[in-house]
Design a protein around this ligand. Structure first.
Ligand code: ADP
Length: 448
């Protein structure tokens, strides 16, 4: 409950953080767009003033002269054809839009503006729009007033409003520009802030992910440790209680007089003491292998000979319960190995092959050699290891949790030792398995 609350809280915090960052980016973007509009309006007005100063006109002079002629023509030629006020209205609409295109086609301000803005080092790829708001031809009844134009904020930059009155007409129009590469320009300007915000989001997510992963790993380790303590207690208790019971039995008069019984009890005590001793040694070895400077006492050994001896001793120790098929191909080649640790390593793998087998164990022990290393392969016909556990089997205290944990005794240290010992011999160990079919362990060690 506490854990899930913590997760929801931290996830909400991250979500809020990301939303704030997105909101920030959005605001910065809008601000930059506004600044861009403002800059282009200011530049355009400067250009207009500069044009007026230089040539005494604003670049629309020619347009207005043509519009004046056009207005006169309308009055002379088109208007007489209008039979009623409806016809006049239709004509007024047509001439209003015609007026806009006459102004656009004949104005010279845009060229001047592009040169002016270009000289200042700003982008000159923009389109211009002229919107006629009011147009009236005197003494004709043609009069159109479109009111205020609808300018979409952000996309269009308003430059200026003009009003011109000539002999035949009066016109009011707005001059606007729209930047073709607006988004690219804004993006370039917000790039630094955008990258910083993105980096901060990535860092926060990474920190969260690492913390989360560490928490899970710590939890897994603590679970492993408590499993180990349970297993160890169980493992130690069994021989101890057998010894206690055997001791009590020996105290009984009818048993102590029976020589055969005494010998049996003594054998049992001896066997359980050896088992206890082995267990304690296994636990003590953890701290030895754990030490940084753990370095085995390596001597040149003939690998095949050693493997054969280990295999033979193992078969004898398990009363020929397991069949070991040897295929040793290293000939007389030697590796540098600490015989004691090397034997422990192979024994651990052989005894696992027997422990985790639900039929008669058949083990294949093979060795091969190439230019640089020897490879020792131990294949069994046991229960196998499921895919989700295979990457953990070499971890300290790790035991495959299902099925065999209660049936087969162990402390989850055997394969950890194998890995540590192989690495201490500058080698490595790998595993592959097919559940239900068997498992193969391969140890690679450099040759002498
Ligand atoms: P332990 O045998 O004490 O549990 P190990 O470190 O030797 O610890 O093995 C870790 C786990 O890997 C075991 O619990 C077992 O589930 C699995 N395992 C090891 N060897 C084999 C094998 N040959 N076949 C199937 N499972 C194996």
């Amino acid at each position: 409950m506490k854990r899930s609350l913590l997760i929801s809280l931290s996830l909400s915090a991250i979500l809020i953080f990301i939303l704030v960052q997105v909101y920030l980016v959005h605001n910065i973007w809008e601000q930059k767009e506004e600044q861009l509009n403002f800059r282009y309006t200011a530049l355009s007005r400067e250009a207009l003033a500069s044009m007026m100063k230089r040539s005494g006109e604003n670049g629309f002079e020619k347009s207005m002269t043509i519009l004046d002629i056009f207005s006169d023509l309308i009055k002379q030629k088109e208007l007489p054809n209008c039979k009623n006020s409806q016809d006049t209205l239709v004509l007024a609409r047509q001439v209003m839009s015609e007026a806009g295109s006459i102004i656009s086609k004949n104005e010279t301000f845009t060229d001047y503006l592009k040169r002016y803005i270009g000289r200042q080092g700003y982008d000159t790829t923009f389109k211009t729009t002229i919107i006629v708001r009011k147009y009236e031809i005197f003494n004709s009844g043609i009069q159109q007033d479109a009111g205020e134009p609808e300018v979409k904020p952000g996309s269009t930059v308003f430059v200026n409003s003009f009003r011109e009155e000539r002999d035949n007409f009066v016109v009011e129009y707005d001059y606007l520009i729209s930047l073709e590469r607006r988004n690219t320009i804004v993006f370039r300007e917000v790039f630094l802030s955008l990258s910083l915000i993105l980096a901060s989001i990535i860092i926060v997510l990474l920190v969260y992910w690492f913390t989360w992963r560490n928490l899970i790993e710590e939890r897994r380790l603590s679970e492993l440790k408590s499993d180990f303590i349970n297993n160890m207690t169980h493992e130690l208790k069994t021989p101890l209680s057998t010894i206690t019971v055997a001791g009590r039995t020996l105290e009984m008069e009818q048993v102590s007089r029976n020589e055969e019984k005494v010998r049996e009890m003594a054998r049992m005590i001896g066997k359980q003491s050896i088992h206890l001793n082995q267990l304690i040694n296994t636990i003590l070895e953890v701290s030895l292998l754990e030490r940084e400077q753990f370095s085995p006492d390596r001597k040149p050994v003939m690998i095949d000979e050693l493997l054969h001896d280990i295999s033979e001793a193992f078969t004898t120790s398990c009363n020929n319960e397991a069949v070991i098929k040897e295929d040793l191909q290293c000939g007389g080649n030697e590796v540098e190995a600490d015989i004691l640790y090397f034997t422990t390593m192979i024994n651990n793998l052989l005894s696992n092959a027997v422990k985790y087998c639900d039929k008669e164990p058949v083990i294949e022990l093979s060795s091969s050699i190439d230019a640089r290393s020897v490879s020792i392969k131990i294949t069994d016909n046991g229960i196998g290891i499921a895919r989700e556990h295979i990457s953990h089997v070499f971890d300290k205290f790790y035991r495959v949790p299902q099925g065999n944990i209660h049936k087969v005794k162990g402390l989850g240290l055997g394969l950890y030792y194998v890995k540590r010992i192989a690495e201490a011999h500058d080698g490595n160990v790998s595993v592959s398995s097919r559940p239900g079919k068997g498992t193969t362990f391969i140890i690679n060690m450099p040759i002498k």
